[in-house]
Design a protein. Structure first.
Lengths: 265, 287, 358
């Protein structure tokens, strides 16, 4: 084995350590955790997971998260696809300004928007709904999706469009049946990043929900308050939040690196 | 060549409406708050630029801003070179590549408060893996609820753990796009490994590195959840970054006016620095 | 500069090759003499790039040796072999100026700056890029980029060999011709050993003094362009070189002679091999339409400018002929005459008749 392979191996080991600790702790009983240090679970238990899967407030948190994240991914892609097409194919009044303005929204600290968002969504009667969180996350996901998709679309020669029009395709027909399948790798990458940023964001999600649409990650804060300090339960819930991300990343593993390489500055 | 077509606006309209709804209305609310004072009950008094003046002269703001820049500066200094080194030492192809990529991307897909909680569990002095190792095995006094230095070391390590992979993935994307012929030509030209890096790899990575540095700047400058969950801004105010201070003022003390003014200044600084980065890093291409 | 000897060279990309088919290069013994202009010609995937990379040291052969002037360099890395290589796609260092690009191989070897200046300006003059020396290499046109790549190969005057790996692939047709004649001119000026890899016969034949033709990891013939044309040692060479290629016709051997569709065909000389599938090879240039000879029916006539290509059927076998005069009509019955000293027998692909002159 080459010596330089050591660097990625050490780095991955460093990445896995805290994750291992979280997973290990999720299989420990509260007694074991509080009684002292142990590298492996001594009395292996699934009790923490059982608690989560039998308590509706817990597993609904999980379902809520998946619901608004999926909703957000669909909305972001649906509006970003035509917009990215416009940016990659046409020049129009204010196009550059608009593109830059879209990107600046990624720079706005979520903390800045938390309170106004609460007021805005309360005012339009969407507070504590999945759609509210999905729409709010559009703020940073749409610019990103437009950016990534635009990069992929610019890589498709314009002749494809022209050939299709010559062959008598209408624009919507062409766009849905020819163009989008051509850049499906790009759509996958964009979907991945939308999913990712919506899944990991909590500040806005927590601000916009109270009961009905409360995300799993926000649910976790209650382990520290109401039910005392239940580290095992916290660890189990945390472990569960890693799984969807791991599944999604497995599907797009071959495109992640490429997706960024094609995005333009 | 792109065609001039004003109808393209129809394609952009849905994006525009959605983002405007999310960005402009709250932004107007923030601007509105920033020039007023309220004592609750929706009663507001005009204050003009008073909050801005107070803020710009306040030691508390300066200190939080200073900590924010220190944090962002440190993590950029660590993550960017580290990410490049890791990307350079990764295999260019083979069965290990997807394994590496999946494992490396994993931290980025964990909800931010879980990241904070995970590191909290990891670093507990008596029962956390890292805390136990430091205190018991290595005999180093390590408790981030007591020592500001330990707290800083921990939030920096956590961010390196969380986000270095982004730099790795981007640099790696740039690296694999270099054709083999470049490496072969460099070998024949007798170039040293450093020259290969300086004249082949770095130039080819430049575009993706620009993206990486910009994203890392924006996200680290706006970091809130992970640090708040891990340290709560403490011990004392030692890890109270700008965003944590902002939320303390806005939601903790409900001082909407000063919080709004602070938000705007915060946003302006982010924009300005991003713009500077962008201009500096792309100025060669413009020629 | 040096003589390059390849001795019992074999290479396989598999870890444990067993059958001959596992080898990308099958047993090669070859001498490249000092100062020669060689072309390595063959279709894609015939092993010519593998051979090139073995000579340059980018690849270590599974078996055999490479000798430069009798010195074994098989285990040496590329930078210690003193060679230069120009790749299919231009390789330039984007962030450097044209001057720094050309100076790069010299500076890496610690050549003193005065000499660097002199060599770079010499090469720049030869390549006609003197006025570009100060510009950044990133913005150049593809042909100028490839010129700079070539320049980097030529700038060192102590190289053993300069190798070109299909260097004109990305160049526009009208510039191809210019760069090709430039290369020929450069070879005459610098007198370095040059090996030019290509699958394009025109490029190979115009550049080289000696052409090495490869097929399926084997060298099938080495010769001057004229030799390759006039006396192909293998049906592959006959077919690959020339347009259209040599007629390769299934033959029948009886009574010590060769027969095509029942008609006896006169060969250039005595048959030297008795085993293997017999085939008759004759170039279209040496097939004439006459009043007597092999009866055939014209299937197709194509006018390709200066002359016409006639495709005629002798039974089920198609034979091509080139004529400059009047052409028969499609469907007409004609007679074909093979020029005897250019009609050869091949056995399993390899030449199996003695030459008329020798």
């Amino acid at each position: 084995m080459k010596k330089r392979a050591l660097i990625p191996i050490l780095y991955i080991a460093f990445l896995m350590l805290p994750i291992y600790w979280l997973v290990a702790m999720s299989f420990k009983t509260t007694n074991e955790i509080l009684s002292g240090f142990s590298l492996f679970p001594q009395s292996f238990t699934l009790e923490n997971y059982a608690t989560i899967f039998t308590d509706p407030t817990w597993y609904w948190g999980y379902i809520n998260s998946i619901l608004y994240v999926s909703l957000n991914t669909v909305i972001s892609l649906a509006v970003a696809l035509p917009a990215a097409y416009a940016f990659s194919r046409y020049r129009f009044l204010g196009d550059k300004t608009l593109f830059f303005w879209l990107l600046t929204n990624r720079m706005a600290p979520a903390a800045v928007f938390a309170l106004p968002f609460f007021q805005l969504y309360s005012a339009v009667g969407l507070f504590d709904t999945h759609i509210a969180v999905a729409l709010a996350h559009c703020l940073f996901n749409i610019p990103l999706a437009v950016w990534i998709l635009e990069g992929f679309m610019s890589g498709v020669p314009k002749e494809l469009d022209e050939t299709a029009y010559v062959d008598g395709y209408s624009f919507p027909h062409f766009f849905v049946t020819i163009f989008v399948p051509t850049i499906k790798a790009g759509v996958g990458v964009a979907a991945f990043f939308c999913f990712m940023f919506s899944w990991v964001e909590l500040l806005l999600a927590k601000t916009l929900t109270s009961v009905n649409a409360k995300p799993i990650a926000a649910e976790m804060t209650k382990t520290a308050s109401s039910a005392g300090y239940e580290l095992g339960l916290l660890a189990a819930a945390g472990t569960l939040t890693i799984i969807p991300g791991a599944i999604v990343i497995y599907f797009v593993r071959n495109y992640i690196a490429k997706g960024f390489a094609l995005g333009r500055v | 060549m792109k065609t001039q077509n004003q109808k393209a606006w129809y394609f952009v309209l849905p994006v525009l409406l959605l983002v405007a709804f999310n960005a402009l209305i709250p932004m107007m609310t923030v601007v509105n708050y920033s020039v007023q004072e309220t004592f609750g009950n929706n009663v507001f008094f005009w204050e003009g630029l008073r909050w801005f003046e107070e803020l710009l002269n306040s030691d508390r703001f300066h200190a939080a801003l200073g900590r924010q820049f220190l944090f962002t500066g440190l993590i950029l200094l660590i993550e960017v070179p580290l990410g490049i080194i890791i990307a350079l030492s990764m295999p260019r192809k083979g069965p290990w590549v997807p394994v590496c990529l999946i494992l490396m991307a994993l931290p980025m897909l964990i909800p931010w408060n879980v990241v904070g909680a995970m590191w909290n569990i990891f670093t507990l002095p008596d029962i956390g893996l890292l805390g136990y190792l430091m205190n018991t095995t290595l005999g180093i006094d390590y408790d981030m609820t007591q020592s500001p230095f330990a707290a800083w070391a921990t939030i920096i390590t956590m961010d390196v753990w969380h986000w270095t992979s982004l730099v790795v993935l981007l640099s790696y994307a740039g690296l694999v796009s270099i054709p083999d012929a470049y490496y072969q030509a460099a070998k024949i030209d007798g170039a040293s490994p450093f020259k290969v890096f300086r004249y082949i790899q770095l130039p080819k990575m430049k575009q993706v590195l620009t993206i990486a540095i910009l994203l890392r700047f924006m996200d680290s400058f706006n970091i809130y959840t992970e640090v708040f969950v891990l340290t709560g801004g403490g011990p004392g105010n030692s890890t109270t970054l700008l965003s944590i201070d902002l939320v303390k003022i806005a939601l903790g003390q409900f001082d909407l006016g000063p919080a709004a003014a602070m938000s705007l200044i915060y946003f302006a600084i982010t924009l300005l620095v991003s713009w500077l980065f962008y201009t500096l890093m792309t100025k060669d291409d413009a020629k | 500069m040096a003589k390059i000897t390849l001795s019992k060279l074999r290479h396989s990309y598999m870890p444990n090759p067993t059958s001959p088919d596992d080898y990308a290069l099958k047993e090669i013994d070859l001498d490249w003499s000092d100062g020669g202009a060689y072309a390595l010609l063959g279709p894609s995937g015939c092993g010519k790039s593998t051979l090139l990379n073995i000579i340059s040291g980018l690849l270590e052969p599974s078996e055999g040796q490479i000798l430069f002037d009798g010195k074994d360099v098989t285990a040496l890395p590329p930078d210690q072999r003193n060679i230069a290589q120009v790749f299919q796609f231009p390789v330039i260092y984007d962030t450097m100026t044209v001057f720094d690009n050309l100076a790069f191989p010299l500076r890496n070897r610690g050549v003193d700056e005065a000499r660097v200046q002199r060599r770079v300006s010499e090469i720049a003059t030869m390549l006609e890029v003197t006025d570009l020396l100060g510009t950044k290499a990133a913005g150049l046109s593809p042909d100028n980029k490839q010129k700079i790549s070539m320049g980097r190969g030529l700038v060192r005057d102590d190289v053993n060999v300069v190798m070109f790996d299909e260097p004109l692939t990305v160049i526009d047709p009208h510039l191809k011709w210019k760069l090709r004649s430039k290369l020929k001119e450069l070879h005459q000026k610098v007198r370095a050993t040059m090996i030019y890899v290509t699958h394009d016969q025109t490029e190979a034949l115009t550049f080289a003094d000696q052409v090495v033709v490869m097929q399926d990891g084997e060298i099938v013939q080495i010769g001057t362009p004229v030799e390759l044309f006039e006396r192909p040692a293998h049906t592959f060479v006959g077919h690959f070189i020339g347009s259209p290629g040599m007629n390769v016709l299934a033959a029948e051997m009886r009574d010590g002679g060769a027969f095509l569709n029942g008609h006896h065909i006169a060969l250039e000389g005595a048959v030297t091999a008795q085993d293997g599938t017999p085939q008759i090879g004759v170039r279209p240039e040496f097939v004439r339409i006459g009043d007597t000879g092999l009866p055939a029916t014209v299937r197709k006539v194509s006018d390709i400018g200066r002359h016409s290509v006639i495709e005629a059927m002798v039974g089920d076998t198609s034979v091509k002929a080139i004529t400059e005069g009047a052409v028969p009509e499609q469907g007409a019955d004609v007679h074909l005459q093979f020029q005897q000293d250019q009609t050869r027998l091949y056995r399993d692909g390899w030449l199996a008749t003695e030459g008329a002159a020798s």
